[in-house]
Design a protein. Structure first.
Length: 226
């Protein structure tokens, strides 16, 4: 019996049109050499402050000062929120109904994200999601380390009162989402294809299922993860 479904946000339950990675590349590029799309892609699913630090390190061939990381991260957040204002994110088709169906069956739904709370809250507000839609939201600045570390999943378990990781399902659209699920020991680790990572790439990582969308999760859970 699955008691908790822990889901990534951007690219998994919400279509944000790639704004996060455009903003990330632009903010780092404004401080020097703009990273390539491949460089940015390596940090899909990671905590965004960590991504800023590592992309700056790549550009400068050395660890950047903490104040530089803070300044570039703040620039990233401003660019991202501006992009969201200009082109608001929207839930993927079928996802709101899927979340409601899971909760109607007694399954807790938690969102985990590489965003810090200052970005996650406005994003969820813009799509009209609150505690009537999900049971918990865990952000990367609330744990010791973001993905691929499993800490956000454990925090989601704590927040929802789930004590057995064998009753947890983790789903996301990036390699790091799956790695975090495996690291946590979740019973089900599900890749979804609504993001920019293809099935071949996700398939190279340990997983239990690959689905077209989170919209398919109620059927999978209802079938006992057949």
């Amino acid at each position: 019996m699955i008691e908790l479904v822990a889901l990534d946000i951007g690219g998994t339950v919400v279509q944000e049109h790639g704004a996060v990675y455009e903003a990330l590349g632009a903010a780092v590029g404004a401080n020097g050499r703009r990273p390539s799309a491949d460089d940015v892609r390596l940090w899909m699913g990671a905590g965004k402050r960590e991504a800023v630090r590592e992309l700056l390190s790549l550009a400068a061939s050395g660890a950047p000062p903490a104040e530089t990381v803070d300044r570039v991260y703040d620039d990233f957040q401003e660019r991202l929120l501006d992009a969201y204002r200009r082109r608001p994110p929207t839930p993927f088709e079928g996802v709101p109904d899927a979340l409601a169906a899971l909760r109607a069956e007694g399954v807790k739904v938690a969102l985990t994200t590489g965003f810090e709370r200052a970005v996650a809250d406005p994003l969820l507000t813009s799509v009209g999601w609150d505690d009537a839609v999900v049971d918990a939201v865990v952000c990367s600045d609330e744990v010791a380390r973001g993905r691929p570390a499993p800490y956000m999943i454990f925090r989601a378990m704590e927040a929802t009162g789930i004590m057995d990781v064998d009753r947890a399902l983790v789903a996301g659209d990036t390699v790091r989402d799956l790695e975090a699920g495996v690291g946590a020991g979740a019973r089900a680790v599900v890749g979804v294809l609504t993001g920019s990572t293809d099935a071949t790439t996700l398939g190279r990582v340990r997983h239990t299922h690959i689905l077209a969308s989170v919209a398919e999760l109620p059927a999978l859970v209802g079938e006992g993860l057949a």
